[in-house]
Write a protein that binds this ligand. Structure first.
Ligand code: ATP
Length: 326
């Protein structure tokens, strides 16, 4: 894995500053947006490992900025990062006041400057459009709400950076089926146990409920734990009747997590459309076929990889190369 080299530019203190006659060019930034589960992380790792090896990823998922609940918030694992540097991922203390879009604007722009000083390519990746908007809007008003309500505030069309927005999109019927499968996989990987630990250890008492406490999975299982004290699961049932009650309670929590995740995806897409319709130049990449292949039992991993490469990686790499060459 190629590592980033520190900048080799040496400036002479004695040299007289040159007066620039041309306007300074804005920093180039690639942004991968899209609904939860649409494949943003996978594409960012493809970029970072194969095409744009100087990439450094800046996470823009508002729940993944916090430390803890790694499975529940579906953070990319160390292994899956393949050595591509990640920023603002699991670094904010969830007990402190919530990390707001204004915080993201401030910290995100500092990270962008650092990445630039290493001659890296900042890759902003994540589904929280309030974070994306705050980071890029030239005139950002934390009080304004550009996404919600019947009469939302106007979207700032002037941007602080030169951005290439890639939107990885998957049609809803296919994405919803995939999200349901993903929740089952997250539970198989230990999401339930992670949440048991979160409540049993008392971590839930220190967490800020306007921050990480909002993560999908917490309220749904909190109801279950309240209804079934002792953090029991079906295998801890002591009668036939108990098995039925525990199974129903557990299935209800899982059903609500799946519903809420699908609702989240819908809201995220409507926010991307809001930015695009207002005039942000967002390039849509349709990843539906690759996800359809994932959902088809008989299609092996190779077929999925081929479709992903042809329909997602190739067109988006082309867009980014063109953007960087401009
Ligand atoms: P909003 O203004 O609705 O908070 P946003 O653009 O700031 O929208 P989203 O990414 O759409 O942020 O997240 C909205 C909500 O979705 C979060 O408050 C949280 O409940 C849930 N959510 C988002 N990301 C995750 C995640 N990784 N894990 C669990 N829940 C999440």
């Amino acid at each position: 894995m190629e590592r980033l080299k520190p900048s080799t530019i040496v400036t002479s203190a004695a040299a007289a500053p040159k007066i620039s006659t041309t306007r300074r060019r804005k920093q180039k930034i690639v942004v991968i947006m899209g609904a939860t589960g649409a494949g943003k992380s996978r594409l960012s790792i493809d970029f970072g490992t194969r095409f744009f090896k100087n990439s450094e990823i800046i996470n823009s998922d508002k729940m993944q900025v916090y430390s803890g609940l790694d499975i529940t918030t579906n953070k990319i694992t160390m292994q899956e990062r393949f050595g591509v540097p990640h920023h603002l991922l699991g670094v904010i203390d969830p007990a402190k006041s919530p990390f707001t879009p204004s915080d993201f604007r401030k910290v995100g722009s500092e990270i962008i400057s650092d990445v630039k000083s290493r001659r890296g390519l900042p890759l902003v990746v994540g589904g929280s459009n309030s974070f994306i908007y705050s980071l890029f809007a030239k005139r950002y008003d934390p009080e304004a709400d550009v996404f919600n309500g019947l009469d939302p505030d106007p979207v700032s069309l002037e941007l602080r950076y030169d951005c290439c927005f890639i939107w990885v999109d998957v049609c809803f019927p296919v994405l919803n089926r995939y999200l349901s499968k993903r929740v089952d996989e997250m539970l198989e990987s230990g999401m339930f146990e992670e949440l048991v630990e979160f409540f049993r250890s008392g971590e839930c008492e220190s967490v800020n409920w306007s921050g990480l406490g909002q993560a999908i999975g917490i309220p749904e299982f909190e109801t279950y734990f309240r209804n079934f004290p002792g953090y029991r699961r079906v295998d801890g049932a002591d009668s036939e009747e108990d098995v039925t009650r525990l199974t129903e309670g557990y299935n209800e929590a899982v059903r609500r997590i799946k519903d809420n995740t699908c609702q989240l995806a819908k809201k995220q897409v409507s926010k991307i459309l809001r930015l695009r319709d207002a005039g942000w130049e967002v390039k849509r990449i349709d990843a539906t076929e690759a996800f359809r292949a994932v959902m088809t039992a008989e299609s092996g991993g190779t077929r999925v990889a081929e479709i992903w490469e042809k329909q997602v990686v190739e067109p988006s790499v082309k867009i980014v190369k063109q953007f960087l060459d401009e």
